[in-house]
Design a protein around this ligand. Structure first.
Ligand code: SF4
Ligand code: SF4
Length: 341
């Protein structure tokens, strides 16, 4: 069912929803950006509709609500282990189509990648309902259309599109109809806005021969990439983490275990026992990251991991463009095919 709300009506609906749900959304953080006086758009819990940033792409992704950068999993003493408490109120999470598609990748890895589901992810995931923010235009560096993540027809509780102070809402969760019906000025069919064109285009090859591993295209990243890992931390589809035990006592028998976000681009990520290191150079690490997102994940699950949000390009201080790399891979594959390899 579709509803049209004024700003006041939308504010009333959000206030009503907050009686049941915690609401997380992109929020403008004044001066928290990369440079002085630059704002950042980050995810946070909101207290009212006026805090929700509906018009800009967030710098970090919605995944942080489900997989916080640092999360205490459990506490231990000498004889007892206790799971960390979790606020069990249901959550509404505002996000764009690419990020909603990215959440399906998160579910794939944490819930359907092997015999076990990730307990700590699952207990959060069961609380979360998505709110789709319509995209009336493409943002800088987005290539969601070519990655087929620009449209989401289901998987959300309701959508929101704001234009000229009016809010158009498409409600898929019938349990929420009453809230919007009471706050609306009218009912009409609403289709969430989505982009059909991006300025940035990528060509993802159907098949990528194994020879790509030895291709010289990766070499330039050994000198250009500084291994900061920011591209991974902003990525809505990256899932890697590491474990940290924090001890409260000198004997190491009392403390907590944390799950902390990690990155395949940083030093130490591929270290193994005995001093080995699988990927020593930044070029090798870039190769791993790129091929994981457009080759290996697809081989295992049948679809690409990357959703084309462009955040990795937005954030890289070395101006390394991931979409450019995909196209370089496509050119290299074309050349190999011509050479009959
Ligand atoms: S690899 Fe880059 S463009 Fe693709 S989903 Fe991750 S951050 Fe977005
Ligand atoms: S590609 Fe850019 S953001 Fe990613 S690790 Fe290298 S320098 Fe950092």
């Amino acid at each position: 069912m579709g509803y049209v709300l004024t700003q006041e009506g939308f504010s009333d609906a959000i206030s009503q929803l907050r009686k049941t749900y915690r609401i997380f959304a992109p929020v403008r953080k004044k001066g928290a950006g990369r440079f002085t006086d630059v704002d950042a758009i980050l995810y946070d819990e909101v207290n009212g509709s006026e805090e929700i940033e509906l018009h800009e792409k967030s710098d970090y992704s919605a995944k942080e609500v489900l997989t916080p950068l640092s999360e205490t999993l459990f506490y231990f003493t000498e004889g007892v282990c206790k799971e960390a408490d979790l606020d069990t109120r249901p959550v509404l999470l505002f996000l764009r189509s690419c990020d909603l598609q990215a959440m399906k990748r998160q579910d794939q890895i944490y819930l359907a990648n092997g015999m076990e589901k990730d307990f700590f992810y699952q207990r959060r995931r069961e609380l979360v309902h998505y709110v789709l923010i319509g995209c009336s235009h493409s943002f800088e560096n987005c290539f969601c259309v070519d990655m087929k993540a620009n449209v989401s027809e289901d998987g959300y509780a309701f959508s929101v599109d704001e234009a000229d102070g009016m809010y158009r809402i498409n409600v898929l969760d019938e349990g929420l109809d009453a809230v919007f019906s009471a706050a609306a000025t009218s009912k009409e069919e609403v289709v969430p806005a989505h982009v059909t064109q991006n300025e940035v285009h990528v060509r993802v090859p159907e098949t990528i021969p194994a020879e790509i591993m030895k291709h010289p295209l990766w070499d330039e990243y050994t000198t250009r990439c500084i291994g900061c890992g920011r591209c991974n931390f902003v990525c809505p589809t990256c899932t890697c983490f590491t474990m940290q035990d924090v001890y409260y006592s000198d004997n190491g028998r009392v403390g907590e275990r944390r799950r902390v976000g990690s990155s395949c681009m940083v030093d130490g990520y591929s270290n193994v026992a005995g001093g080995g290191q699988y990927r020593k150079t930044q070029g090798e690490r870039m190769r791993f990251k790129v091929l994981h997102k457009i080759l290996d994940f697809r081989k295992r699950f049948g679809y690409d991991m990357c959703v084309g949000c462009g955040r990795c390009d937005d954030v890289c201080g070395e101006y390394i463009s991931y979409s450019n790399i995909i196209n370089k891979v496509a050119d290299a594959v074309d050349a190999m095919e011509k050479e009959g390899r």
